[in-house]
Design a protein around this ligand. Sequence first.
Ligand SMILES: [Zn+2]
Length: 373
Amino acid sequence: MRKRAAVFLIAVLPALALVGAPADPAAASSDYQRVIDITFPVGGPVTYSDDYHAWRGDGTRRHQATDLYGAKLQLVYAARGGSICRITGVTEPVGAYGYQIAICGDDGLEYHYVHLNDDRPGTDDGQGGPEWAYAPDLRVGTRVARGQWIGYLGDSGNAEDTEPHVHFEIEDPGLEDPAISAAPYMPDRLNPYPSLRQAQVEGDVGGGVLRAGSRGPAVVDWQRQLNQVLTDDVGVDGVFGPATHEATTAFQRAQGIDPDGIVGPVTRAAMVRAIGSPATTPVSSDGARPWPGRYLRLEDPLLRGDDVRAWQQRMRERGWRDSTGGPLAVDGIFGPESDRACRLFQQERGLTVDGIVGPATWQAAFAGVSAAT
Ligand SMILES: [Zn+2]
């Protein structure tokens, strides 16, 4: 069943009027709509509405979550730090919720990320397996930092016939709010909507705020950007360790920003200005290269050719890596790793995320970047 009718472009929602003031801590456990300080858990464009009270189960229960609709393989990030207490398809079977991560937060709340991706890129085949659902190396007990990349948006479980989305739940075991204390409600589910709105208003969006301890593709991107503007390279390993922290504070000092080592909206804006200035972005020596005229994408049989090789070479030069963290293969075969890199690149550049190297994606890849400094 399609659910698009229930979804509104967030742009048309009043930006501030819907955001409640942070609740008085003393009353915190008795308000199911209280605002929790979270990082918005999906990177890139999403649509959502306040669908907490929507009926589910043929009118037997309420939704009690927020569905965040986007494109398959958009990156999903931890809203709060904690440890993984559930990860289906890894240590327990996949059920109606499909691929699902639950993080037991350090704040005593439980955060659920449901219907993560189960398809191989470019398909709806249900054959993706855990590697296309989750970030690498996640297990029950794994520590996860706030804002850390944890998985991919998708349509697994009973979302198979809906638009791809993350069903995002916040559970508070200590919640006692008369408004939801009896059926058809479960008494421990907060309404995530006001918290999601506040995170967006504050610009605290997944992939957006990085700090010491952050990991994942967003850190890789940040490290590459640092290397474009600083003379001493940091390792591009996706781990925000001491070297990245130091480079970040050096960048902030050079920009006249409070050197706190936290990559938030102000620091990001400064980086955009720094990278965008002509002095630091000479056109690459190999220059622009015309699109070869063939759409490169994951197909069966796999596409092969010099055009694929040229694009892979270019992506590798730009620092793109495969899912194991190794350099992107330049083998002239457009396989799943090429598809993955293409989608992440498209997401980063604000292009349509379809895994297809057409004219726009090709030109973006061959557009000028800084020579190594
Ligand atoms: Zn849902």
